[in-house]
Design a protein around this ligand. Structure first.
Ligand SMILES: *[C@@H]1O[C@H](CO)[C@@H](O)[C@H](O)[C@H]1NC(C)=O
Ligand SMILES: *[C@@H]1O[C@H](CO)[C@@H](O)[C@H](O)[C@H]1NC(C)=O
Ligand SMILES: *[C@@H]1O[C@H](CO)[C@@H](O)[C@H](O)[C@H]1NC(C)=O
Ligand SMILES: *[C@@H]1O[C@H](CO)[C@@H](O)[C@H](O)[C@H]1NC(C)=O
Ligand SMILES: *[C@@H]1O[C@H](CO)[C@@H](O)[C@H](O)[C@H]1NC(C)=O
Ligand SMILES: *[C@@H]1O[C@H](CO)[C@@H](O)[C@H](O)[C@H]1NC(C)=O
Ligand SMILES: *[C@@H]1O[C@H](CO)[C@@H](O)[C@H](O)[C@H]1NC(C)=O
Ligand SMILES: *[C@@H]1O[C@H](CO)[C@@H](O)[C@H](O)[C@H]1NC(C)=O
Length: 455
């Protein structure tokens, strides 16, 4: 850590080395995202009520990941019962298989399987089947983007436990959100959840609470890279494209326009939705983020950020883009994206998170024959005149994530270079002249005013 801070201070000399070091460190720390160290999905089972031979419980799936959401087709949760539990009824979700409910007592039971798998109901379900926080088609927002929609919950009643009220937590909790990649601890007893009642004037406590923390790892997900970064600037006509073969290599048939790629490197191709149909490119990534350094003003600079979708059959709803760049320590304005700067997590460089504006560009549409789907914005940043420079690739992002997945960055030695003569880098003076004109006019007005006062 100290070494990193030291290197950051020596930035002009060490950028290349730093980038290498950081990227090496990153690939080593697969199951831990240093930009979101506390991220997790917490699964809580609250036993609300005892029944004659079982209990009623509520399950809450809370997403604490800052910029990792649960996308279509939504989450699926599963576990293995410890005793002979039978789910007699469920609201706000459904078990995907009923199993063998032929025993006389449980002919109408919802699910008699030892290892039920449960999915969320769609949004258009009839109201009597719903509970609070349910029925969003399994979609859960990222915590930093929409905390109010960052959870999902459902209720069920189990029976067949006899009169013994020593309940046992289910085992081997699994969650697909929606693909693989999450590992859950075993459910542990924890402090009973307390709910406000009577408008917050009374607090009621559940009978018993079990909790499990589930964490994501790209290693467990075994996910192929899905995103890459390209760069350009106003001061150099060179465009640095995505690294060759970032997400796979283009097939030898150069004429092919649509390519099939596997988004998960699963040995068995049973995960059908893991096949993507994408436009054939030299990077083969389904998503590309382009960073263009657009303008240089006296005390501000402007970036154009474009996210392109190369999928032919996939729209990204509620997409997000995370950018790590020291420039975000200053005030910034994104014109066509919604955004926030995430709280610093011990790094010198700031992290900004962007997502779509409601009813405008919150969906990143699929490509068609003519062009990719895309969303784009200008971002105006104030300068910290002490650290601001275009040298050594300072103006380029250190890291970009799309939907929580790390994007492949070009190597620093391929970054667009500063030209030798610095004349092109003089800040655009429009603002300056405008300011001068304004000052002149103001002074003139004042003089005129004072002049008339004198008379
Ligand atoms: C899970 O996330 C919550 C909220 O960020 C945090 O308070 C908690 O410590 C996290 N748990 C673990 C084990 O990381
Ligand atoms: C279903 O369960 C009943 C009673 O528990 C049992 O008799 C029957 O053999 C089971 N059927 C199958 C196909 O497992
Ligand atoms: C309930 O079951 C547990 C474990 O099976 C046992 O130790 C306990 O004595 C039982 N309690 C009653 C009231 O039967
Ligand atoms: C839970 O998973 C472990 C490892 O896969 C397995 O050995 C164990 O039998 C499972 N427990 C239950 C109750 O299925
Ligand atoms: C690619 O297309 C060109 C012209 O459209 C054609 O001449 C060439 O044979 C094609 N190559 C392959 C490998 O199909
Ligand atoms: C993506 O969105 C477009 C426009 O809303 C729609 O026509 C298309 O069917 C969608 N594609 C998928 C795979 O849902
Ligand atoms: C920006 O995001 C916040 C949080 O999700 C939301 O409340 C707000 O309405 C969004 N603004 C726009 C213009 O979409
Ligand atoms: C910049 O300077 C280097 C050596 O000083 C030279 O090799 C290079 O051609 C110059 N580039 C431009 C664009 O003038």
């Amino acid at each position: 850590m100290l070494l990193l801070i030291f290197l950051t201070k020596m930035r002009p000399f060490a950028l290349t080395f730093l980038t290498l070091l950081v990227s090496m460190w990153w690939s080593l720390s697969d199951c831990y995202d240093p930009l979101d160290p506390n991220g997790n999905i917490t699964v809580t089972i609250d036993i609300l009520q005892r029944t004659l031979d079982g209990y009623t419980a509520r399950v809450t799936i809370q997403n604490y990941y800052q910029y990792r959401h649960v996308d279509k087709p939504g989450w699926k949760i599963g576990w293995t019962w410890t005793k002979d539990e039978v789910i007699v009824s469920m609201s706000g979700a459904f078990a995907t298989q009923q199993g063998n409910c032929s025993s006389l007592n449980f002919q109408d039971a919802h699910c008699c399987k030892k290892d039920p798998e449960i999915a969320d109901l769609p949004t258009d379900v009839s109201p009597e089947k719903t509970t609070v926080g349910c029925c969003k088609g399994g979609i859960i927002s990222a915590y930093a983007i929409n905390p109010a929609k960052s959870f999902s919950s459902f209720e069920f009643t189990v029976a067949n436990l006899g009169e013994n009220t020593t309940y046992f937590a289910p085992q081997n909790l699994t969650i697909m959100a929606p693909g693989p990649g999450y590992t859950c601890e075993s459910l542990q007893d924890s402090d009973p959840t307390v709910f406000p009642d009577i408008g917050g004037r009374r607090h009621v406590q559940v009978f018993r609470t079990w909790k499990s923390i589930c964490t994501y790892s790209t290693f467990v997900a075994n996910k192929a890279p899905a995103c890459c970064v390209s760069l350009s600037t106003f001061y150099n006509p060179t465009i640095t494209s995505c690294p060759l073969c970032s997400c796979g290599c283009r097939p030898t048939d150069q004429n092919a326009t649509s390519c099939i790629r596997e988004s998960y490197n699963l040995p068995q191709a049973d995960f059908v939705s893991s096949l993507d149909l994408v436009k054939c490119t030299d990077h083969m990534c389904p998503v590309r983020v382009h960073w263009h350094v657009k303008n240089n003003y006296v005390d501000r600079w402007r970036i154009k950020l474009t996210v392109s979708n190369y999928n032919y059959k996939k729209n990204y709803s509620d997409w997000n883009v995370l950018v790590k760049h020291p420039g975000f320590s200053q005030k910034s304005t994104a014109y066509s994206f919604n955004g926030t700067v995430l709280p610093a997590v011990g790094f010198a460089e700031e992290v900004a998170l962007f997502w779509g504006v409601s009813y405008f560009n919150e969906e990143l549409l699929q490509a068609d024959e003519d062009q990719e789907g895309s969303v784009t914005t200008d971002i105006l940043l104030e300068k910290d005149l002490e650290s601001f420079t275009f040298r050594n690739g300072w103006g380029f992002p250190r890291k970009i994530y799309f939907n929580g997945e790390d994007c492949e960055m070009p190597l620093p030695d391929t970054f667009p270079m500063l030209p030798n003569s610095s004349s092109t880098l003089k800040p655009t003076s429009n603002c300056f002249w405008l300011l001068l004109l304004l000052t002149f006019l103001t002074v003139e007005t004042l003089i005129t005013t004072f002049g008339s006062d004198d008379q």
